[in-house]
Design a binder for this molecule. Structure first.
Ligand code: BG6
Length: 255
């Protein structure tokens, strides 16, 4: 028998995919809120799925976060395809440097023997800064790669957790509370129906860019993210492969 490289629960996966109206998902055991090895399992499951689709010369765009860092940790040379290019989906977040998209890209590229590009920009910028910044030729080059990526790997966060991590202004915090934001992905905040209630002006991948991306992997686990995952999946492109854990799955299937 072929050994799976990560633990998975086929029956739960089927039920979860049906509940979220997705083509495919992976469920690893445990609760990522409670132990770090569950995050490592999420990482391994993601790399395993990635191997099924990745080809030489492809561009892979990745976001930041501790879960993406676990994905980077799980990268092995077995993934080795010639000329892979890793690009950060977005600029930094001003938080822990090891969890920034730039750092994660570099780690993935080093492990897979590929190349990487960096995008040095604050995560939140003013409109004026944004307009000027994206005219810069080195920035444009990275942005074009990001938008034409073959594969996107991203995290999903609980809205309030992410807002606090981003040191969001009091005014925006109130807006998020008022609009009942529950989920965050790519700098967008969503309510439980998947409606965008707030967007951080960021340099990098925009939600509408996702429709041109052939392969999308969303990696997020931990019971505290169940609401967020459920909400984001309402608007996620249908080719999104969700990689999550049992705790999230049980919460979502409970209804
Ligand atoms: C961020 C992504 O860096 O990671 C966010 O840009 C995502 O969109 C977040 O919500 C998730 O972080 P973590 O640490 O929970 O994996």
């Amino acid at each position: 028998p072929i050994m799976k490289e990560f633990s998975s629960a086929p029956e739960l996966e089927k039920q979860l995919a049906a509940a979220l109206n997705l083509q495919s998902c992976n469920v690893v055991s445990g609760n990522a809120d409670e132990s770090d090895w569950v995050k490592s399992e999420l990482g391994r499951a993601c790399v395993s799925r990635l191997k099924e689709v990745i080809n030489e010369g492809q561009v892979i765009s990745v976001t930041g976060g501790s879960t993406m860092n676990a994905v980077a940790e799980a990268f092995t040379e077995k993934l080795n395809k010639e000329n892979l290019l890793f690009v950060p989906a977005r600029g930094g977040i001003g938080a822990d440097i090891k969890d920034q998209a730039n750092t994660i890209c570099q780690k993935m590229a080093n492990k897979a023997g590929g190349n990487y590009m960096v995008l040095y920009s604050p995560d939140q910028v003013t409109k004026e800064f944004y307009e000027t910044f994206i005219q810069e030729s080195s920035i444009r080059e990275v942005l074009m790669k990001i938008k034409s990526a073959d594969i996107v790997i991203h995290g999903i966060g609980d809205a309030m957790t992410m807002a606090r991590r981003r040191m969001t202004s009091e005014e925006d915090m109130q807006k998020l509370v008022q609009e009942k934001a529950v989920a965050e992905a790519f700098g967008y905040y969503f309510d439980e129906n998947g409606r965008i209630v707030h967007k951080v002006q960021t340099v990098g991948l925009q939600l509408e860019d996702l429709k041109n991306i052939p392969h999308i992997f969303a990696v997020a686990g931990g019971a505290s993210k169940a609401k967020a995952i459920k909400a984001y999946m309402k608007i996620a492109p249908k080719n999104t492969v969700l990689i999550t854990d049992e705790a999230v799955t049980n919460e979502i299937l409970k209804g």
